[in-house]
Ligand binder design. Structure first.
Ligand code: BT5
Length: 251
């Protein structure tokens, strides 16, 4: 694998409740090298955002967590971790789905979509100490060879699109090879470049669609994302409003 540090230390598990929980636990207990990856064949209690669950059939998909120490980042800039990870996963998907590469989009904040279906999800858990980012656990689930989803009707996998089975080990290595240059961009302070690239790949950007906020529904167009990662929507009266994940739903 062609990386300097991402995935060079990989812990491969047969079965675990959640690779993010496992990674957080080893971080608490030991000194873990930067770029350590925890992957598993079976994940019994995969987690999504805010108590959601993540479905993954054993030996079919990637379920892994990457441990990084982005201590150079201000806590205010945490959203850049979401951004660089989403870009790497989106590029990997475009590579695997070369025929439908232009349909691969990042659905704010960090789902990877092909057309209107979700092919990968990301769960980032940052450890803050003394108002600094101490460590980041980046959980990534990618639907590779699974052909049917029980709990997630909107899910799609690489195999469902291409009809071909992929070698999980190679996909995992390519993921590391996509992640590392984006992380190095972040480390080099190329924040604007990352942000611009993220906005360019954003699902439904600058298209008028229906959104739900609490009891209300309204038409709006995504016009940007704030530094804190809030979604910026332009309403029909021309005003721009910001929403966080809890406040807004896509139609
Ligand atoms: C996510 O949450 O999309 C983050 C998923 C992160 C999973 C990885 S796997 C390795 C690591 N260890 C963990 O425990 N987690 C991470 P969220 O945006 O909340 O989306 C979750 C929702 O997506 C669920 O409520 C379902 O509706 C749907 N879903 C569940 N499994 C799915 C799948 N395999 N493909 C597509 N959608 C799915």
């Amino acid at each position: 694998m062609n990386t300097l540090f991402i995935g060079q230390n990989t812990i491969r598990l047969k079965s675990v409740d959640s690779t993010n929980s496992y990674a957080s636990e080893i971080l608490r207990q030991n000194a873990v090298p930067d770029g350590t990856m925890v992957s598993t064949e079976e994940q019994t209690m995969g987690r999504g955002q805010r108590g959601n669950s993540w479905e993954s059939e054993p030996n079919c998909n990637l379920a892994l967590s990457l441990i990084l120490y982005p201590r150079f980042l201000k806590t205010d800039d945490q959203f850049l971790i979401t951004q660089f990870t989403s870009l790497a996963v989106a590029d990997l998907m475009a590579e695997l789905l070369s025929g439908s590469a232009e349909q691969v989009k990042i659905k704010w904040p960090n789902d990877i979509y092909v057309g209107d279906r979700k092919i990968a999800g990301i769960l980032i858990e940052n450890f803050i100490r003394d108002q600094q980012i101490h460590a980041s656990v980046i959980g990534i689930g990618i639907n590779v060879n699974q052909q049917q989803f029980r709990q997630a009707p909107n899910a799609v996998s690489v195999r469902m699109i291409t009809g071909q089975e992929s070698d999980l080990r190679s996909v995992q290595e390519r993921l590391c090879e996509w992640l590392e240059p984006y992380y190095l961009q972040l480390k080099a302070g190329q924040l604007e470049k990352i942000n611009a690239n993220y906005l360019e790949k954003l699902y439904r950007r600058e298209e008028r669609h229906l959104f739900y906020a609490g009891e209300n529904s309204f038409q709006a167009a995504i016009c940007g994302v704030s530094r804190q990662g809030k979604l910026q929507l332009q309403l029909d009266d021309g005003s721009v409003k910001e929403f966080d994940l809890k406040e807004i739903r896509f139609s």
